[in-house]
Design a binder for this molecule. Structure first.
Ligand code: ZN
Length: 207
């Protein structure tokens, strides 16, 4: 097999010689590349294809993703994916998660006392670092759940002053200004957890 680079539209073979494989198309007797990648001529099967080197890796169902909230809309959050199964992802994909029906561990605690019987909405904020599990890829959207105890907010900075936060029961507390806010936190919430993910030895291949 021979390997050389190609660009979209490049003529890479004639139909008399090869069949059109992955990432190629036939145009007036020529086989052309439809993408940037390496030309791969399979001389045994007479197929030419283009291999993309940096094809963004789409998460699969069951994968654990870590990212940050880039948008909030209604009872949904959008999470820009940074890591897939602890491996850095440069794909730029966002996942979405419903925040409906998510309860805080420990249940009937005093956190909803000021709202009477009404269920409080759990707060999420843009910039929160989220861990979740991919549950569906319906309609080309990456759907994650953050309901389980290992999922939710891994770390966040104080929304008031940008200070460092620590976990206090089901809430984050700013060590700078004391602001306190109940959140859906992972069981291992904290700066160290995010640092571990961020500096993990599996990430060396990334930028
Ligand atoms: Zn603060």
């Amino acid at each position: 097999m021979k390997v050389t680079p190609s660009f979209p539209g490049d003529e890479i073979a004639f139909i008399e010689e090869f069949e059109s494989g992955k990432n190629t198309y036939v145009d007036d007797g020529s086989i052309r590349s439809s993408t940037i990648g390496r030309k791969v001529y399979d001389l045994k099967r007479h197929i030419v294809r283009i291999e993309q080197k940096n094809t963004p890796k789409l998460p699969k169902i069951g994968d654990i993703i870590v990212g940050y909230i880039d948008m909030l809309f209604g009872s949904m959050i959008s999470v820009r994916i940074l890591y897939i199964n602890d491996v850095k992802s440069i794909s730029g994909f966002s996942a979405i998660s419903s925040t409906r029906g998510i309860s805080l561990p420990g249940g009937q605690g005093g956190w909803s006392r000021d709202r009477g019987d009404r269920r409080s909405r759990i707060t999420f904020r843009v910039g929160d670092i989220i861990r979740g599990r991919v549950v569906s890829l319906l309609n080309s959207n990456i759907h994650i759940t953050i309901a389980e105890k290992d999922f939710g907010v891994v770390y966040t900075l104080c929304y008031n002053c940008g200070g460092t936060t620590v976990r206090v029961n089901n809430a984050v507390k700013c060590v700078e200004c004391g602001t306190y806010e109940e959140r859906k936190l992972t069981s291992d919430y904290g700066k160290d957890t995010f640092s571990t993910i961020h500096n993990g030895k599996t990430l060396n291949g990334g930028k």
